[in-house]
Every structure is written in structure tokens, then in C-alpha cells.
Design a protein around this ligand. Structure first.
Ligand code: SAM
Length: 301
């Protein structure tokens, strides 16, 4: 098989299967040959480079396991297969299954699962397919589900070490922002709670077929234990979402309307938490949100 980034190869393969691109499924396939090797290296490296001793153990066991979301015709999958012991690729569009059979049928370390990643029980999939291996997630994500996919991967507390993904440039800025800065949002806070984000490199719109209207970036989220310890994680995320629900308002007004609490009650909560009631959500740190959540919980008892 010729290079899967060649436009003529892609058109030939897709033509043989009568495939047409679905905009609704975010189907923009990579045609820039330098991008997939860099993404695959970043994903595999994140699984091995943590601690020398642990890495050695993993190397012995051969635990380079990758979960890919949306393989398309398999251009990134191929680079992952060359470097990993096993790749499981979840693809929603069943029209792509015979295409993947043609492009990647020679690899015996690939399993393709035809499913919607948002509907899948990923705990079960990882246990069944990777049995105890540490798993890296890698994907050129369909942009219409960037946030729900990342939140699912994080909130499900899966046994994954990192998430290396291509997202829209604006989403990359939000995902990698420092809490307490202008670019931060509810998802920034969630990402920082679970991971250390890195913006790896930018990718121009012309790197895809068909070319989308926006540029993209590849980011890597390395998972770690939560950095703050709210008494109740559910309340913590409820408070973050409520604070950002009306991000132009003060935290006093935003929390009061989104949590349906009387303003005086919120004033007391913010006082206990030591947070300025005139601040906006984007200025608050994870520690601020944790203290507010604890005060909300205490008030509910
Ligand atoms: N990895 C390929 C590449 O880089 O060229 C394709 C990436 S394309 C941006 C996104 C892929 O995700 C498409 O193949 C699309 O069919 C698939 N997809 C869309 N929604 C999905 C979902 N909910 N679950 C799994 N795959 C999905």
C-alpha cells in the first residue's frame, strides 16, 4: 500500500469502496505526512518516559498499548501500529471498516471496534483488550465531540496514562490554559484537576482532506492524581460549571443564578472560601473552586 497521506491513494481507496466524506462525522483526513509520525511518537513516548524503572518494567512486559478514536482510513493508526504492541481503534462509521481492512489488514496487532466512543463502556473495553497494560489514547478527534470525549476519558477515571489529540486551535488554547487566566474555562479547570496539559504543535487547515475552515493543534494531556482535594468531587464540578455558566458575570451573580441560591447565601459561601465576590470565574484557581465547593457542601448539610 502506498502512503496513506497521498491524495491520489486516498481517492483511489475511497473510490473503490464508494466512500464519500461525512461532514456530520467530522471526517477530515490527514494528508500532511509529517503529522502522524509526530503524534504517534508523542503518544508512545508518554507511555514510556515517566520513570526510568517503571519504563523498564513496562518495556519488559511490552506494554505499549494505544486506544485510538476515529481511525478514518488508518493514516495515524498505521504509525501507531508500527510503534505499539497493540492498538484498538474505535470507529463509528461502518463504511470505513472494509477500507481499514484494505489499508491495515496486514497488521496483526490491530483491533477495530465499530462503535460510538461516547456510548462505549471504555473500562470494559480496556480491561478486555489490554488486560492490565497502561494505555495511551491518541486521536485526530472529530471536532464536534472534542469536549465530551475528553471529559468522558477523564471523568471515567480510566487506566490511561495520557491523551494525545488533534483538536481545533481555539480548543487547544482553552484546554491548555492556566486556571486564573483569560483563556480559561470550565474544561480548563477539569483538565488541570486530572492532568498536565502540553501544546505540542500547530497543524494548518491545508493538512487535511477536505480542508476544514480552521487550523488545528496537537496537545498531550498527561494524567496524574488530582492536585486539589474537594470533599465532594461532584459538587466541585457543579460549582465550576455554575461559575462559568455566565462567565461575564461576577462569581456572586453567576453562582447565585446557576445554583439557584439566594445571593446572601452565596455571599456567605464566598466569604468562608476566602474568594472575592466581585471576581469572575476565569480568575479563580482550582484551590478557590475546591474551597467554594466545600463551603457549598457544608451549607447543604
Ligand atoms: N484518524 C483519521 C485521520 O487522521 O485522517 C480520521 C480523523 S477524522 C477527523 C475523525 C474520525 O472519527 C472519522 O473517521 C469519523 O468517522 C470518526 N468518528 C466520528 N464520530 C465518532 C464517534 N462518535 N466515535 C468514534 N469515531 C467517530
Amino acid at each position: 500500500m502506498e502512503r496513506l497521506t497521498d491524495i491520489s491513494t486516498i481517492r483511489d481507496v475511497l473510490g473503490r469502496h464508494g466512500f464519500t466524506f461525512s461532514k456530520a462525522l467530522g471526517q477530515n483526513f490527514l494528508i500532511n505526512p509529517s503529522v502522524c509520525p509526530r503524534m504517534a511518537e508523542a503518544a508512545i513516548d508518554s507511555n514510556n518516559g515517566l520513570r526510568a524503572e517503571a519504563a523498564l518494567q513496562r518495556e519488559k512486559k511490552g506494554t505499549r498499548a494505544v486506544l485510538e478514536i476515529g481511525p478514518g482510513i488508518g493514516v495515524l493508526t498505521k504509525e501507531l501500529l508500527e510503534r505499539a504492541d497493540k492498538v484498538v481503534a474505535v470507529e463509528l462509521d461502518k463504511r470505513l471498516l472494509p477500507v481499514l481492512e484494505e489499508t491495515l489488514g496486514d497488521y496483526d496487532n490491530l483491533k477495530v471496534v465499530n462503535a460510538d466512543v461516547l456510548e462505549l463502556n471504555l473500562h470494559r473495553l480496556i480491561a478486555e483488550e489490554f488486560g492490565g497494560m497502561e494505555v495511551a489514547v491518541c486521536a485526530n478527534l472529530p471536532y464536534y465531540i472534542t469536549s465530551p470525549v475528553i471529559m468522558k476519558l477523564l471523568e471515567d477515571r480510566l487506566p490511561i496514562t495520557s491523551i494525545t489529540v488533534m483538536v481545533q486551535k481555539e480548543a487547544a488554547v482553552r484546554l491548555c490554559a492556566e486556571p486564573g487566566t483569560r483563556d480559561s474555562s470550565a474544561i480548563t479547570a477539569a483538565v488541570r484537576y486530572y492532568c498536565t496539559p502540553e501544546l505540542l504543535f500547530h497543524v494548518s487547515a491545508g493538512s487535511f482532506l477536505p480542508a476544514p475552515k480552521v487550523d488545528s493543534s496537537v496537545i498531550r494531556l498527561r494524567l496524574h492524581e488530582p492536585v486539589v482535594h474537594p470533599k465532594n468531587e461532584k459538587t466541585f464540578f457543579e460549582v465550576i460549571r455554575a461559575a462559568f455558566a455566565q462567565r461575564r458575570k461576577t462569581v456572586l451573580n453567576s453562582l447565585s443564578s446557576s445554583l439557584s441560591l439566594d445571593k446572601n447565601a452565596v455571599r456567605a459561601i464566598l466569604k468562608t472560601a476566602g474568594v472575592d465576590e466581585t471576581a469572575r470565574a476565569e480568575r479563580l484557581t482550582l484551590e478557590d473552586f475546591a474551597r467554594i465547593a466545600d463551603a457549598v457542601d457544608d451549607g447543604r448539610k
